[in-house]
Design a protein around this ligand. Structure first.
Ligand code: PLP
Length: 285
């Protein structure tokens, strides 16, 4: 069977993904001067699309790029890119760079932003994978001091993922200088400690994950005790989990080769995963 032709959106036009190319002097290519978003869609229903577009606008504002389109126009485009591609469970990727211009660190103010959208299949872990849980390693955080911006400059995260791959685990968790778990390379992290769901507070050291927000909202709605505070693995962690648009919530059962509790996914984690999946599949967008 031949591969389906995928459609991308580039600077105002839908086109075959194969032919969608950007100028070699684009500042995204030369300087990683840009930001991005990933939004999930299941059977035509987007999960927290407004929140993703609001974060995109905040990321753009933080690096002084004007959003090329209104949020409403962006939302309409996101829906179109979904409809023009063959995935019922999709992840829509949106990237905005400052645009193309003669190479200079200081950006000319006259540049027009480059905007790209693609749609790909949303990964779905098997039930065996969920039952087994993920494994992670920890490393000192080597990233910059504006992790709240969803920047396309992801070199540290790529190195973290390479280390995870070498260690045959799924994710690297970044630790601050005191050994607190901040987040993963592409995920937020949570622990259950003394029956309380704990996650690092929002600051410059973590990305404000849209899934993280949803996890906290759902936990609160269902009466779980939630605390946003720095936490470390030495605190008697009974469950650990990670969250992201592409993972929903996944249990993390081994960290640095040590089992968390009995090395099996915890009941709070599995419950949160279920609530999250129900939210993704509910008619609300
Ligand atoms: C560093 C980092 N933290 C957290 C997340 C999870 O964010 P979200 O739930 O919005 O996908 C991501 C997603 O790419 C990320 O890159």
């Amino acid at each position: 069977m031949s591969e389906p032709i995928l459609t991308a959106w580039l600077n105002g036009q839908f086109m075959p993904l194969e032919g969608a190319v950007v100028h070699i002097e684009d500042r995204g290519f030369q300087f990683a001067d840009g930001v991005y978003e990933v939004v999930a869609c299941v059977d035509g229903r987007f999960l927290d699309l407004d929140a993703h577009l609001a974060r995109l606008e905040r990321s753009c504002a933080a690096i002084r790029i004007e959003l090329p389109l209104s949020r409403d126009a962006l939302a309409a485009l996101v829906r179109q890119i979904y409809e023009r591609n063959p995935f019922s469970r999709a992840m829509i990727y949106i990237q905005i760079t400052r645009g193309a211009g003669p190479r200079s660190h200081y950006p000319a103010t006259s540049l027009s932003p480059t905007m790209v959208m693609t749609s790909r299949a949303l990964p779905q872990p098997t039930s065996e994978r969920v039952a087994q849980g993920y494994r992670a390693i920890t490393r000192p955080d080597i990233r910059w001091k504006h992790c709240e911006i969803k920047s396309i400059a992801l070199l540290a995260s790529i190195m973290g993922k390479q280390e995870a791959h070498d260690a045959e685990v799924d994710e690297t968790f970044w630790l601050d200088e005191c050994g607190h778990v901040l987040e993963g390379c592409s995920t937020n992290t949570f622990a259950v400690i003394d029956g309380t769901l704990v996650t690092h507070p929002l600051d410059h050291q973590v990305l404000g994950g849209i899934t993280r927000d949803l996890v906290l909202r759902l936990a609160g709605q269902h009466g779980l005790t939630v605390v946003e505070r720095p936490w470390s693995l030495s605190e008697g962690v009974s469950e650990c989990m990670l969250s992201s648009t592409t993972n929903a919530v996944m249990p993390v059962c081994y960290i640095d080769g040590q089992a968390i509790a009995d090395g099996k996914p915890g009941s709070t984690t599995l419950q949160l995963r279920q609530w999250l999946i129900a939210a993704m599949e509910s008619p609300e967008t």
